[in-house]
Design a protein around this ligand. Sequence first.
Ligand code: SF4
Ligand code: SF4
Length: 422
Amino acid sequence: MASRSLSEIQGRIACGNAVVLTAQEVCDMVMGGGELTLKDVDVVTSATRAIMSGTYAILSLPVAEPHSFVRANRAWINGIPTIAGPCPNERLGMVDLMLFGTTHSRDDSSYGGGHLFRELVAGDEILVEVEANDGRLFSRSVEMDDIPYAHLFSTRNAFKNYVAFVNPQPTKVSTIFHARGFDTSLGGATVSGCGQINPVKCDPYLETIGLGTRILMNGAEGFVVGTGTRSSSARPNLMGIADMRCMDPDYMGGFITAAGAECISSWAVPIPVLNDSILECIKSLDRETPLPIMDVNLREIVEKTTYGDVWSSCDLEITFDPERCAGCKKCTVEPACPMGAVTLQEGSIKRDKSRCFNCGLCITQCSSGAFSGNLGSINFGCQKVPIVLRQSDKARALKLAESLKKRILDGSFKMTQMVEKI
Ligand code: SF4
Ligand code: SF4
């Protein structure tokens, strides 16, 4: 089996001789019948963007003048409860805290940690409230420049082979796996996972991804620190860390499900093509990448298909045609859009493309066809179940993979040798 080392590849990058391709470009070549060997590619950039519940922030925030209080007992940001500590920061007027991407505001279940992370990264002001150990309340508005420490961590992100969900039962189900609740009797499927471009699909045996592998998390450089919770050899996932101050808000955000706000994260991971077996994994296509189908009630796998159903012949981006908007008295899309990307402005409906997740829900909510795109369907035995919601945004994942490719080629992103296998 032909092979080479990471330092050989790094040398080729430094000399400007390396070939870096996105995982999508590799798969497109394979689909087109092209032969691709180790001589043709040095690094492949993989990526994924999805609702990733296992995301949290650790922040260190100034709240009051030193000696104003002894230590914080409880803290909230924009009304979202946090976990104050573990360091007491005694008499410093500061609070260290942990804030989960899935925690909802005490006042509004449609606003959560994912929304807050995006706003913070975008430079918005946030309100920190602290209850001190003597019961007194302190509050202060701060923005990212006032915050000495702001890192995002993941307990599990970037799952290989995520799942599709269906509801075979005759009753509607409200869940985080649908934005509006599941219709009954296989009325529609929701899907997650970026299939053939997912980092762990490209390196399923974690030969190149390990402790200390440099990655992009929401556009910022970060590192893999291990496998995540519920990771297994059949369905590995990753744990990582990155500095929020370097992140790009367009890769982040909150997504409103029928069970409240969830958190979106985006990862891009470079895969150095060290040997033929790694290249073979990268070359495997959506139609060869298993997609388990779960009954959302039982949380059990009831069928199996492949990511070919999800990504092979769909529209990655959802189109909005303002000409087709009938200007309804009450727009049904505006309250339904899980990203708040659709708003009424000066009498007409606008879609903010930078917020849009390409989930496709608007297609079923607008009877005038102002929103369009082919979401495809999944094969459930001999039945086809229409996909009604995507909880992964492959279009933006591809953008992050392209960005990583560019940064590797211009030398601004340095690939690292892992410290230890995970
Ligand atoms: S429901 Fe559709 S047609 Fe009606 S206002 Fe909204 S976008 Fe326009
Ligand atoms: S695809 Fe439609 S519903 Fe989904 S985020 Fe974009 S505008 Fe909103």
